[in-house]
Design a protein around this ligand. Structure first.
Ligand SMILES: Cc1ncc(C[n+]2csc(CCOP(=O)(O)OP(=O)(O)O)c2C)c(N)n1
Ligand code: SF4
Length: 277
C-alpha cells in the first residue's frame, strides 16, 4: 500500500452509507446527518470504531445512513441499549440519536438516569417539537398553544425543558445546536464526543412537513451571548432564562464517567454464560 495514501485524512463521505435517506425534502435531519459525518472526520475516527444507536422516529433513521455500526431498536429505549453497549465495549465511540418524542416522552425516564449514570455516551436529540413519523402529534416540547388537527386549540400543557432537566440529572456536557448550521453543529458534536461522560446535544431540526413555520428558526437562532460555564448554578440560570434559541455549549462539567465496579468479564458471551442453567 502507498504510505502517502494510507496517511490521507479520512473524509466525511467515508461515513455515509449507500442508503438514500427517505426524509421529506427540506427536513432538518439531512443536515444533522451531514454534521455527524463531518464531526467523525474532524476527530479522525474510523467507521468500525463507532456505533450509532437509535429508537424509532424519522430522526432515529440516522444509523442506517452511516457506515458505522448501527442499532435501530425500539421506541424510547436507545439509551438503555447504548449504555449496555458502552459498558461491554468501552473501546467504541457510542452515539445515540433520538427525537423529542422518542427521547422525552416514552424514553424520558431513561434520559434522566442516563444523565445520572454519566456513562461516556453522546446523546443527540433532533428536536422538532412534534412527532414527525406518526404524522404530527404534539410532543413534550410542543408549545402549549400550537393549534393542529390533532390538538385543536393546543394542548395547553407546559413544555418539558430538556437542557435544564439534563443539568439537574447530572449530564456532564450540555449544548444546543441548529441543523441550519451544519459546520457549527459538527463542531459541537465533536466537542461532545471528546468530552468524557454523558454529553447531551439538543439540535433544533425543523419538521418542514408538520411544522412548516419552523423554517423561520433560521432567523431566530443566535450564538449564546455568554461563554461555556462549568458552574451548574450559573448554567441553570442561563438555560432557564433563555428563549430556546441560544446556540452553543452551555455547560461543561468535570464529573468522572461511570466505570463498572468489579473485575469480571464484560463480554456478552461471558455474561450470558453466567445465566446458563
Ligand atoms: C412502543 C411504541 N409506541 C409508539 C410508537 C409509534 N411511534 C413511532 S415514532 C413515534 C414518535 C416519533 O417522534 P420523534 O421521536 O419526535 O421523532 P421524529 O419522527 O419527529 O423525528 C411514535 C409515537 C412505536 N413505534 N412504538
Ligand atoms: S415528517 Fe418531519 S421529521 Fe419526518 S422526515 Fe418529514 S420533515 Fe422530517
Amino acid at each position: 500500500m502507498n504510505i502517502a495514501a494510507a496517511a490521507a485524512p479520512i473524509t466525511a463521505q467515508a461515513f455515509k452509507s449507500d442508503y438514500k435517506p427517505i426524509w421529506c425534502p427540506g427536513c432538518g435531519d439531512y443536515s444533522v446527518l451531514s454534521s455527524f459525518t463531518k464531526a467523525f472526520a474532524m476527530l479522525d475516527l474510523r467507521p468500525e470504531n463507532i456505533a450509532v444507536v437509535s429508537g424509532i422516529g424519522c430522526s432515529s433513521r440516522i444509523p442506517a445512513y452511516t457506515t458505522c455500526y448501527g442499532f435501530h431498536g425500539v421506541h424510547g429505549r436507545s439509551l438503555a441499549a447504548a449504555t449496555g453497549l458502552k459498558i461491554a465495549r468501552p473501546d467504541l465511540t457510542v452515539l445515540v440519536a433520538s427525537g423529542d418524542g422518542d427521547g422525552y416522552s416514552i424514553g424520558g425516564n431513561h434520559f434522566l438516569h442516563a444523565c445520572r449514570r454519566n456513562v461516556d455516551l453522546t446523546y443527540i436529540v433532533m428536536d422538532n417539537h412534534v412527532y414527525g413519523m406518526t404524522k404530527g402529534q404534539p410532543s413534550p416540547t410542543t408549545e402549549p398553544d400550537w393549534d393542529s388537527k390533532l390538538s385543536p386549540g393546543g394542548t395547553g400543557l407546559r413544555t418539558f425543558h430538556p437542557l435544564v432537566i439534563a443539568l439537574a440529572a447530572g449530564a456532564n456536557f450540555i449544548a444546543r445546536a441548529f441543523s441550519g448550521d451544519p459546520n457549527g453543529t459538527a463542531d459541537i458534536i465533536a466537542q461532545a464526543i471528546r468530552t468524557q461522560g454523558f454529553s447531551f446535544v439538543e439540535i433544533l431540526s425543523p419538521c418542514v412537513t408538520f411544522r412548516p413555520e419552523q423554517r423561520e428558526w433560521k432567523t431566530q437562532v443566535r450564538p449564546a451571548p455568554v461563554a461555556t460555564t462549568d458552574d451548574p448554578a450559573r448554567a441553570a440560570r442561563r438555560i432557564m432564562t433563555d428563549d430556546g434559541f441560544n446556540i452553543g455549549v452551555l455547560y461543561k462539567g468535570e464529573r468522572t464517567p461511570y466505570q463498572p465496579i468489579g473485575k469480571g468479564s464484560k463480554r456478552p458471551a461471558d455474561l450470558e454464560a453466567g445465566f446458563a442453567i
